[in-house]
Ligand binder design. Structure first.
Ligand code: S3P
Length: 424
C-alpha cells in the first residue's frame, strides 16, 4: 500500500496510542511460563506481538484473544511442549531473541525463523552468552536466523554486556529461570528494564544493584493480571509532530514513562520543546503518565552516551525534529541503529534526502543541519515501520504531497497510526 500525506497546520486533540510493544511481548511470554492465567488489557495487536502469540500457541499454550483482552493460560516453568513446525517470528527481533533464552533450556528441540529482515539481524549476541550457559544453538547462516535450538541443561553465568541491549539481557534472564545457580549480568550502560520489573511481578527473584543484575532461582512463576501502558515509542511520532507542525497542541494519554525509555522526552525538552508529563501514576510496576506537547521553537542538541539506549527506537523521528531546529544536531554512539529492522542511519538519511534535505551519515550516528526546508516526494519505507512513520511526520511539514511506498508496515507496531494522524 502507498500512502499520500500532505502538509498540515494546527494538529489538535487528545489521543490514545496502542500498547507498549516490549511489554506486550513479555506479558505473553512470561504468562506462558507462569502457573495459572494471565489477563492482559491494552495488549498491542501489532504484527510483532501476534507473532509472539503464534509461537507460544505452537509451544502448546492456550491463548484467547478477545475484543478487549488477551488471556494466556500458563502451564508453569516446565509446561511448554515440542513444536511440530518451525516457529515463525515474522519481523520481530524481540520474539526471536527472548524466546531463544527460553527454548535453550527445554527438553526438546526447536527451529526459529523469520522474514528477510530478521535473517539479516545479528543473533551471535544471544548465541554467545546462552552457549556459555550450556545452550546448543546452531545457525545455518553464520550467526543469523534460521536457528536450531537443541534443548539443554543450563548453568548460571556471570556475563558483562558488550552492547546495551534489553533483548540480549532478557534472553539471559529468561534462561536463568531454568539454570542451576545465580546468574549475574553486568550492564555498564542501562537498557530498558521491563523484563526485570515484570518477571519480579510474576514471582522471580531479580535484583539490580547499580548495574549488577542478579537472578536467583525460583520454583515457579505465577499468572497475574496486567494493564499494558501506551508505547512511548509510538507516542514519539506525535510528540515530534506536535512540536514541529505550526499551531499544534496534542495530549497523548496513558503513555509508559519508565525512566529507561524516556530519553526522547529529555532530548526534546533539551531542545526547548514544550513537552510536559501530566498525571504520573504506577501500574503493574511501570510508571505511566499523559504527555502534552505544543508547537515550539527548537534548538539543536547533541545526543551521545547513556541517553542513546533510552531512546534508540525514537532516533528516526528525532531526526525530523532536528531538521527543524536552529543549529547543527549531532547523534553519536548510536551504531546499534544499523542493526534494527533496517539500517536506520542509512534509510533515514536516504529517504529524508529524497525530500530535499541533507543528513550526513557517520560511523555511529548522524549530523543534522537544522532549519532545512522539506519538499514532498516519493519515499520508501524499506519495510521498516519506524522509517515509514518518521517519513509521515516529515511529510506534515514538507511543501506539497509525499507518497510513502510500502507504508502499511506500520502494522508491525502501530496499526491505526494513519487513522489517528488523520483524526488530529
Ligand atoms: C527491545 C529492545 C531494543 C529495542 C526493540 C525492543 C525490547 O532492542 O530497539 O525495539 O523489547 O527488549 P535492543 O535490545 O536490540 O537494543
Amino acid at each position: 500500500m502507498d500512502k499520500i500525506i500532505n502538509s498540515k497546520t494546527g494538529l489538535k486533540g487528545t489521543i490514545k496510542i496502542p500498547g507498549d510493544k516490549s511489554i506486550s511481548h513479555r506479558a505473553v511470554m512470561f504468562g506462558s511460563l507462569a502457573k495459572g492465567d494471565t489477563e492482559i488489557t491494552g495488549f498491542l495487536r501489532g504484527d510483532d506481538c501476534m507473532s509472539t502469540i503464534s509461537c507460544f500457541k505452537k509451544l502448546g499454550i492456550d491463548i484467547d484473544v478477545t475484543d478487549d483482552k488477551v488471556i494466556v493460560h500458563g502451564k508453569g516453568l516446565k509446561g511448554l511442549s515440542a513444536p511440530k513446525e518451525t516457529l515463525d517470528v515474522g519481523n520481530s527481533g524481540t520474539t526471536i531473541r527472548l524466546i531463544s533464552g527460553i527454548l535453550s533450556a527445554q527438553n526438546f528441540d526447536s527451529v526459529l525463523n523469520g522474514d528477510a529482515s530478521i535473517q539479516k539481524r545479528p543473533m551471535k549476541r544471544v548465541i554467545t552468552p546462552l552457549s556459555l550457559m550450556g545452550a546448543s544453538i546452531e545457525s545455518t547462516n553464520d550467526g543469523y536466523a534460521p536457528l536450531t535450538i537443541h534443548g539443554s541443561r543450563l548453568k548460571a553465568i556471570e556475563y558483562t554486556m558488550p552492547v546495551a541491549s534489553a533483548q540480549v539481557k532478557s534472553a539471559i534472564l529468561l534462561a536463568s529461570l531454568f539454570a542451576e545457580g545465580t546468574t549475574v549480568i553486568n550492564e555498564p550502560v542501562a537498557s530498558r528494564d521491563h523484563t526485570e520489573i515484570m518477571l519480579n511481578y510474576f514471582g522471580a527473584d531479580i535484583k539490580n544493584n547499580k548495574g549488577v543484575i542478579t537472578s536467583s532461582p525460583v520454583d515457579e512463576l505465577y499468572g497475574r493480571n496486567l494493564e499494558v501502558p501506551g508505547d512511548i515509542s509510538s507516542a514519539a511520532f506525535f510528540m515530534v509532530a506536535g512540536l514541529v507542525v505550526p499551531d499544534s497542541h496534542i495530549i497523548i494519554e496513558n503513555v509508559g514513562i519508565n525512566p529507561t525509555r524516556t530519553g526522547i522526552i529529555d532530548a526534546l525538552q533539551a531542545m526547548g520543546g514544550y513537552v510536559k508529563v501530566l498525571n504520573e501514576r504506577k501500574s503493574g510496576g511501570e510508571l505511566v503518565g499523559d504527555i502534552e506537547v505544543k508547537t515550539s521553537h527548537l534548538k539543536a542538541t547533541t545526543l551521545e552516551g547513556n541517553i542513546i539506549p533510552r531512546m534508540i527506537d525514537e532516533i528516526p523521528v528525532f531526526a525530523v525534529a532536528a531538521l527543524c531546529a536552529e543549529g547543527t544536531t549531532y547523534v553519536k554512539d548510536a551504531s546499534e541503529l544499523k542493526v534494527k529492522e533496517s539500517n536506520r542511519i542509512a534509510t533515514m538519511s536516504t529517504e529524508l534526502g529524497k525530500m530535499g534535505v541533507t543528513i550526513t551519515e557517520t560511523d555511529d550516528g548522524m549530523i543534522i543541519e537544522g532549519n532545512q526546508k522539506l519538499k514532498g516526494s516519493t519515499v520508501y519505507s524499506h519495510l521498516d515501520h519506524r522509517v515509514a512513520m518518521s517519513c509521515a511526520i516529515a511529510a506534515l511539514i514538507a511543501e506539497g504531497n509525499t507518497a510513502i511506498t510500502d507504508a502499511d508496515c506500520v502494522g508491525i507496531s502501530f496499526p491505526d497510526f494513519y487513522d489517528i494522524l488523520e483524526n488530529l
